[in-house]
Design a protein around this ligand. Structure first.
Ligand code: TYD
Ligand code: MG
Length: 453
């Protein structure tokens, strides 16, 4: 027996209430709450599925055998490839290239595995036009245009693929539910039914989901905990670079990123990211840092522009780094290098607008600011790594090895870093000139030599 319940769900954050509110109590968005009918399963029904608990040592420990997505960069974010029976959620703004990357990947996978691409947003003809644009070779990729969940599951059953794609979850609907496609309860119900089906049949499932304006997936938290892997596809529509960012991964490390470029004939992976975020020019206001995103280090330029202000409150604007971090770095410079920055506007941007979360980029930001202010180029062919402490010290960091290796690989001649352990220092003796510093003042004195006239 099942009973129907009325519930009120915020379409922005997915929180539920038992009555209507004009404003969501959880995310504060207005007019986002919609009444939806929920079907509650009775206890007797769920007892039919009862399983028994077993001791740990009786669980078989199968080695995961992954298959490649066709892109090294995509594989990296997935933790080394697609895991059979896993459910991956790929989120991103409309128009960013989700359908494109997935169709390219599906084409490559279908050269070795059975793949079913379910398009709920576009017609078969539209998919064909995109397919031709991407110059794909596969002829075995199966495409199915449908929005009804039961029919989709029937088709997956009959094709029995190794890999199935739902493009997108917001466009499909379970006909037994009264709410509209894309509503939180539809998205939730369809995803959980698809997930159960995929797990039972050992099918790898990739679900595409659009993100709302504030960057969260619609019906977000409920979907994120349901799936094994959550990946965001990011980038702005003006520049051609696109990033795949791992947010959750039950089979690999999180925060891995994959870098692509959107071209006329689809996405191309970029294997050497350092080449696109740096310029190798020695000009004032620009330094290079090596940042770690996921498990991979790469070089990114940090640019600063410091100008006398005409405002009562100087302007501080950032692209790619957190503004609060900039305020903190400016305060450290003011106090520990002894330069009054309150009379200057300060703009900081990373190469290509790449978002840096690694705090060891602080030193590079600080030297760029000082270099722009003094109008002196930094030490030529150099790279700066180090987190600034509030008392002006450059803090010790424990993941410097891969960063120094990357700098050496790129042919950078000097690297300014916090104090190293002796073995690390010896390792790079002949490869790169390592300057160890312990404070921002020391780094400033070393890196910005006054111009000789
Ligand atoms: P799309 O994959 O449809 O985005 P999403 O599925 O995330 O909504 O990508 C759409 C954009 O990508 C569109 O603006 C055109 C552009 N594009 C290219 O630049 N090159 C290509 O080869 C393709 C297929 C699309
Ligand atoms: Mg699409």
């Amino acid at each position: 027996m099942s009973s129907k319940l009325s519930t009120f769900i915020c379409q922005n954050c997915g929180s539920e209430t038992s009555q209507y509110f004009g404003k969501c109590l959880n995310c504060n968005s207005w007019n986002s709450i919609v009444e939806e009918i929920k079907v509650k399963r009775s206890i007797n029904q769920s007892l039919q599925y009862r399983k028994k608990s077993i001791p740990f040592n009786e669980i078989s420990s199968k080695k995961i055998s992954r298959f490649t997505s066709g892109f090294k960069e995509f594989d990296r974010v997935l933790g080394g490839g697609v895991v059979p029976g896993s459910v991956v959620l790929l989120g991103g703004e409309p128009g960013i290239g989700k359908s494109t990357i997935v169709l390219q990947s599906a084409g490559k996978i279908s050269l070795n595995e059975k793949v079913l691409y379910i398009t709920a947003e576009e017609s078969l003809e539209q998919v064909k036009i995109r397919w031709e644009r991407l110059h794909q070779k596969s002829i075995d990729l199966k495409v199915f245009a449908e929005t009804n969940l039961s029919l989709i599951i029937e088709e997956i059953k009959s094709v029995n693929p190794s890999f199935a794609i739902i493009d997108s979850i917001q466009a499909i609907h379970a006909s037994q539910m009264a709410s509209a496609p894309g509503s939180v309860s539809q998205v939730r119900a369809c995803s959980s039914e698809l997930q159960n089906f995929a797990k039972e049949n050992n099918i790898a499932l990739l679900i595409i989901g659009h993100v709302t304006k504030d960057g969260t997936l619609a019906g977000p938290k409920t979907l994120e905990h349901l799936v094994d892997v959550v990946i965001n596809f990011e980038g702005d529509k003006i520049s051609s670079h696109r990033l795949l960012r791992g947010i959750k991964n039950r089979f690999g490390s999180t925060y891995e990123i994959g870098i692509f470029e959107m071209l006329e004939d689809g996405l191309r992976e970029i294997n050497n990211p350092s080449s696109i975020f740096t310029n190798k020019e020695n000009i004032s206001g620009v330094t290079t840092t090596i940042t770690n995103e996921g498990t991979r280090p790469f070089a990114v330029d940090i640019q600063a522009l410091v100008n006398k202000t005409f405002y009562s409150n100087p302007r501080r604007t950032t692209t790619g780094i957190n503004t609060n971090r900039l305020h903190q770095i400016l305060a450290v410079i003011e106090k520990h290098v002894g330069i009054k920055l309150s009379e200057y506007d300060c703009y900081v941007a990373t190469g290509g607008g790449f978002e840096i979360n690694d705090p060891t980029s602080d030193l590079s930001v600080a030297i760029s600011i000082l270099s722009s202010l003094k109008n002196i180029p930094p030490l030529a062919s150099s790279s700066f790594i180090g987190e600034l402490g509030l008392s002006g010290q450059v803090r010790k960091s424990n993941n410097l090895l891969p960063k120094i290796e990357e700098a050496a690989r790129l042919g950078i001649k000097n690297i300014v870093v916090p104090k190293l352990d002796a073995d690390l220092e010896n390792k790079f003796k002949n490869l790169i000139n390592i300057k160890e510093i312990s404070s921002i003042k020391e780094a400033f004195d070393y890196s910005l030599l006054p111009k000789k006239h």
